[in-house]
Ligand binder design. Structure first.
Ligand SMILES: [Zn+2]
Ligand SMILES: [Zn+2]
Length: 380
């Protein structure tokens, strides 16, 4: 037996000894166990800013959600999010006989796990008035002691003032959720207009869960309010989103931030540097959606050209999507490939007639107004 074999035999003997010791009468059956790993949502920096994946609206058992706060942190870690906020209903606590209400209690219970898993936890609450005016999320509150609990309409202003006094970042949630049931509720109502004029409204939830609130996007654009997308999840994320399927992600806000910190998120939210991302779609101010597109999608120099007899010469290019976002392009001007689907981390061949300087496309998977997609040019 040479020296290597002796060493190998020694290692094997040691290993089997270790297993026997750990066994203690229980054989481990880990084959079906979920592999503990964090997904990476890959989105390149945009003009030197990091693209943080954030969900600023969710519930736990402390109001009308179905999960304990730690579960929200575990979900966020698994899905590759950077920041979340618990936003429990101030005025609505259906589990109060079983779980002692406390709007910041979920934050307290989950903050250590969040720190250990590198998830930024932002303090928040949902001011839940009757509709209209409806619900408003307040982020970066300090405490939950002076929030207005009674739901009487004459206290609506006072309820907002209670979070204004805490210098919260405030956005109007799901403006259209009762559009069919309550006439006049899905409008730019005087209550909201007053908040806006007094600079107490800073953003609008344009996507809530699986719904794009079209009018809300235009209101946000016309008034320079921050565009937000959230889950408003009450159940397990995996109960609502087909999260194990490739490419599936929860609804979220992409925050273009100077660094990965709660302070940088606040600064970016106040500056309106966001894009909402839900399903295959991006929703945002044109400048941000454009910058995001160009950070992710690059056209190669022409690598081949072909003469087609009498017809013009064709030039071949490669259009590459370096991100986990999805882009669908439709030609609007120029002679070239008409429809391009860029799935996450993939490329397509683009063919253009020679002698042109550009092709113009509409990016159908984006909304820069409720009735308008981003228009881009590919320089040839
Ligand atoms: Zn709500
Ligand atoms: Zn909610």
């Amino acid at each position: 037996m040479n020296k290597t074999l002796i060493l190998l035999a020694a290692i094997c003997a040691f290993a089997s000894h270790t297993i026997a010791q750990e066994d203690a009468g229980i054989m481990k059956l880990d084959e079906f166990r979920y592999p503990k790993q964090r997904k990476i949502i890959d989105i390149p920096n945009v003009n030197g800013l990091q693209v943080l994946k954030c969900d600023f609206h969710m519930h736990t058992v402390f109001t009308d959600g179905h999960v304990w706060p730690n579960v929200r942190v575990q979900e966020a870690w698994k899905e590759g999010l950077d920041a979340i906020a618990f936003t429990e209903h101030v005025e609505y606590t259906p589990h109060k006989d079983d779980v002692k209400p406390g709007n910041l209690r979920p934050h307290e219970l989950a903050k250590n796990l969040a720190a250990e898993q590198n998830i930024l936890l932002i303090k928040g609450t949902e001011v839940t008035r009757n509709t209209p005016p409806g619900h408003f999320n307040a982020l970066f509150i300090q405490d939950d002691k002076n929030l207005v609990v009674p739901r009487d309409s004459d206290l609506d202003e006072q309820a907002i003032q209670a979070v204004v006094d805490q210098k919260a970042f405030i956005f109007w949630n799901h403006p259209g959720w009762k559009a069919k049931q309550i006439e006049g509720s899905y409008e730019w109502i005087p209550f909201v207009d007053k908040m806006y004029k007094e600079k107490n409204l800073h953003g609008i939830e344009v996507v809530n869960g699986f719904g794009f609130h079209k009018k809300a996007l235009d209101w946000a654009l016309d008034r320079n309010l921050t565009i937000i997308g959230n889950t408003d999840i009450h159940n397990l994320i995996a109960h609502e989103y087909d999260i194990e399927r490739a490419g599936v992600h929860r609804t979220m806000t992409l925050v273009l931030a100077k660094d990965r910190s709660a302070q940088a998120i606040r600064t970016a939210l106040e500056a309106g540097n966001t894009v909402a991302w839900s399903s295959d779609y991006l929703f945002g101010k044109e400048e941000h959606v454009r910058a995001l597109f160009h950070a992710c999608v690059k056209l190669s120099p022409s690598f081949y050209s072909k003469s087609n007899g009498k017809k013009a010469e064709s030039k071949y290019y490669e259009l590459q999507n370096n991100s986990d976002l999805y882009f669908e392009l439709q030609l609007v001007d120029g002679k070239g490939t008409k429809n391009i689907v860029l799935r996450p981390k993939s490329s397509q061949i683009v063919i253009a007639d020679a002698g042109q300087t550009k092709l113009s496309y509409e990016v159908m998977s984006t909304y820069v107004r409720s009735d308008q997609h981003l228009k881009i040019e590919l320089s040839l």
